[in-house]
Design a protein around this ligand. Sequence first.
Ligand code: FAD
Ligand code: SF4
Length: 604
Amino acid sequence: MGFVTTRDLARDYDVIVVGSGAGGGQTAYTLALEGVKVLMLEAGRYYDFRTETPMFQASHDAPLRGAGTPDKPFGFYDATVDGGWQVPGEPYTQASDNEEQRFEWWRARMLGGRTNHWGRISLRNGPYDFKPYSRDGLGFDWPIDYQDLAPYYDKVEMLVGIYGTNEGLENTPDSPEGCLLPAPAARVGERLVAQRAGKLGIPVVPIHRAVLTAKLDDTRIPALLHPGNPRAQALVAQSMRERAACFWATPCSRGCSIGATYQSPAVHLPPALASGNLDVLCDAMVYEVTTKDGKASGVRFVDRKTGKHVEARARAIVLSASACESARILLNSKTSAYPQGLANSSGKVGKYVMDTVGSDLSGQVPLLENLPPHNEDGAGGSHMYAPWWLYGKQGARWAEQGLGFARGYHIELGTGRRMPGASTGANLEWMTQGSYGAKFKQDVRRSFGSFVYFAGRGEMIPNEQSFCEIDPATKDRFGIPVLRFHWQWSEHETRQAAHMQKTFAAIVEAMGGKVLDGGPELDGRKAIAPGGYIIHEVGGAIMGADARTSVTNRWGQTWDVPNLFLSDGAPFASNADKNPTLTIMALAWRQADHIVDRFRKKEL
Ligand SMILES: Cc1cc2nc3c(=O)[nH]c(=O)nc-3n(C[C@H](O)[C@H](O)[C@H](O)COP(=O)(O)OP(=O)(O)OC[C@H]3O[C@@H](n4cnc5c(N)ncnc54)[C@H](O)[C@@H]3O)c2cc1C
Ligand code: SF4
């Protein structure tokens, strides 16, 4: 077993996993290490993080000095291959021409999906986040609570390696001793933000990110992850030894050839492949789940290289193609027995798509000018953040508490004197009145590292107007019907975005700085990033306690088809401000344990 072609496919597998990102990677890892024969079908091409990562190239070596282009929106060196807001030949459509009702869908067609270049911010959902309806009467409760998922958060943190600290803050869970890696030291700008925001009552603490600040303990952790399974322990220990600790020098968004960040091809796939229980087929675009006698029997896919249509079979199917793509596969698996699409007797497939509320603001702080030269590259992203601090003003009485919105946000920071990029020194005219030559160099040196950036990441409440469906008129280049998006922010989100702007401006002012670009923008409808822009889309097949109003049960198992599971963000019943990927992986591990258990009891 290993990387295969369509000709090498076995006749039958135990489980087919569709997608190799966070959800698919975690599912295949857990199943394969438990002895389950898995076929992973990945629409994107093979990607080797060890040889394809441009970690050390300089900006000036790249076309346009590495700046973003439509096919490389995050810059020439970004790790994404064959992906972005648009994938050639694979369109999606919008139900409305209204700019405010657009949803932009980011996809990455590569082994490992978006885990190759995500921001690595890895926050646990807290107890409130699983019961939002019970707290304020809006949206939906999950059919599980924090305690159900806590042991799996522990496991994922230990496996992938997450740095951070325990701060004992409300609805911001601490991890048990031994789960987290040490947090890197705060940068100068982060320290100043912490000091001044603290005076405004906003706590700024170490963030949690999936970067190895130290090598993983390959003697202690494997036994905790796989008790009673010495073979899994040995394979995971070997894989941990092959990952080096971060050397604090390169942008993680380019990928990491030394395995110091979490990417599915660096963490999940090596031990799963080494177990001999996993086949991986790249360039396999799944478009339909087949059924027999009320159960899923396999999937149909297009071989993207040859255009051939192929069928593969298994005892159970796990869709982890990313939230909206999994909804698309279900909706396209329409037969006379399932006229609304598969697993859709509730009519809820495609419904309640959620993104994260995003709004940002930059400032310039004279106190940070002319710092002595020092290296603040650090762990390729922020070291500190501010968790939501106003839970006391929300809950059941949110409407009377003056905020005007029911759910919170956290603040991600950008500060520091990191490796200058293509735009370093640009747009300084407001400060310098225009300069060139020696004076320009002095101006750039003086101001380098004096800029601060705040990005709010907040909770969106699911609503009836934000969903995806099959566009009856448009197909992709393989002939597969595409998704059409409907989108609507509610006032909970737009008011939250305006609150972000006010808060960021207050922090800049408390630092003695100046807000840039004419901000703050106090009109929430203008301040909020468009739907999909934060690339945290979840929902589309939500889990619940009632088959009439949800698509899956508490295991991510579809109510209608007992051997069909979803292990990406699709079953999320809400989208807390916490970035979703850690929760996707914790849910996937829990679900995979459940599948193994059901196989052992011969119930699947
Ligand atoms: C720039 C950026 C920054 C981000 N930062 C963060 C962050 O800091 N923290 C955080 O929590 N999240 C972050 N995210 C989001 C994070 O990447 C996703 O939540 C996570 O990758 C979702 O995992 P997934 O397995 O559902 O989907 P993906 O990782 O997208 O994987 C899905 C896989 O399925 C494959 N696939 C799709 N369709 C098919 C098909 N029909 N057949 C077969 N295969 C298919 C895709 O090619 C892909 O490889 C970020 C994303 C981006 C792009
Ligand atoms: S900063 Fe560290 S984790 Fe990020 S790419 Fe560089 S070595 Fe890897």
